[in-house]
Design a protein around this ligand. Sequence first.
Ligand SMILES: [Mg+2]
Length: 423
Amino acid sequence: MHPVFALVDCNNFYVSCERVFNPKLAGKPVIVLSNNDGCAIARSDEAKALGIKMGVPVFQILNIIKAHKVHVYSSNYALYGDMSQRVMQTLTQFTPDIEIYSIDESFLDLSGFSSHNRTEYGRKIKYAVEKWTGIPVSIGIAETKTLAKIANRVAKKSKKSNGVLDLTASPFQDKALELIDVEDVWGIGRSYSRFLKENGINNALQLRDANDQLIKKRMGIVGTRLLHELRGLSCFPLERCPPPKKGITVSRSFKQAIETLDELLEAVAAYVSTGAEKLRKEHSVAGVLMVFLMTNRFNKERYYYNMTTIRLPVSTSDTSELIQYAHGGLIEIYKKGYLYKKAGVMFRDLVSETQVQTNFLDSIDRIHSNRIMQVLDNINVKMGSSTLKYAAVGLRGNKKWQTVFDHRSQSYTTNWNQLLEVS
Ligand SMILES: [Mg+2]
């Protein structure tokens, strides 16, 4: 299967963040300044149209600002960071195969989608991000990251593409490459672009069709890779990122696909048990619980992935409480008729168990629940893990969801039953 990448890029990100919380800014020229209010580092389309260039020192454009009532903001990185996290979180609902590339850009792996689905899926993603976060995005899709970057640039400018452009095996690929100044190709810095232009290579199309030897001589392996990427041969794989926030994740692929909700409920209960045990070992509690499930991602026709995020009323590490919430979440996202290949839970917003914010309406006796968990953990440490477990995990043997470790050595040091014996 050929790789396909989507680059999701937030439009004028810092300006868009400001607009989410100040709708009056819509349609007006807005700029955001660098630290100490030095230079313009983000511009709305209206500000760009006034000729305000990226990085221009603000004192040089004071008369434009005055004449056109440009709204000027200092940068607010706490806000942009949080908005970024919301955007990325939304993207992870569409695919687990994501590389967060910068504060406002992510690459997604869309290899599993057939050609007619990709643009449609891109539109769905664009719509969801705008609806859930208020941030407009553009999406470029192509065979390599470099081409996806180019598709994204064109998607932003072309009215026809309306923010989503799939250039994969497209007859318009040459046209798109021709529109891109060589300086704007991903990885081409100032000095390379000067060299290329001196050699008559002014746009991405000319670079793609350039003489290999010429490029290799001056740009080395970097240049060779770039040519490959422009010709549709992927050299830069997706670098999957850990989720943006610190947390605990327990997820497994099943040895056999699972269809029924009952078996998935067992699997999720088992993952919650493992995760909650880890939480308690670290003396942490979780404020947010996420549950996800997915089918085999290579099955294009019957692909389904979904995740739900549950904010817990009181941060907790109580297994039975967490199982209840996880089950609620799973039931919400489970769809009948799919063959599931993987499920998992994630604990987020971890804090120390001594810092729990209690809640007046909390119906659980926390002291009592802590004692039960202590007893559970002590017995499992002494007698081997899973000596005591919740019935929700299921009591039958040979479960489809259990991970196979056929070639794993014994737990020599952590399990009494697996100590080395001398006979
Ligand atoms: Mg951007």
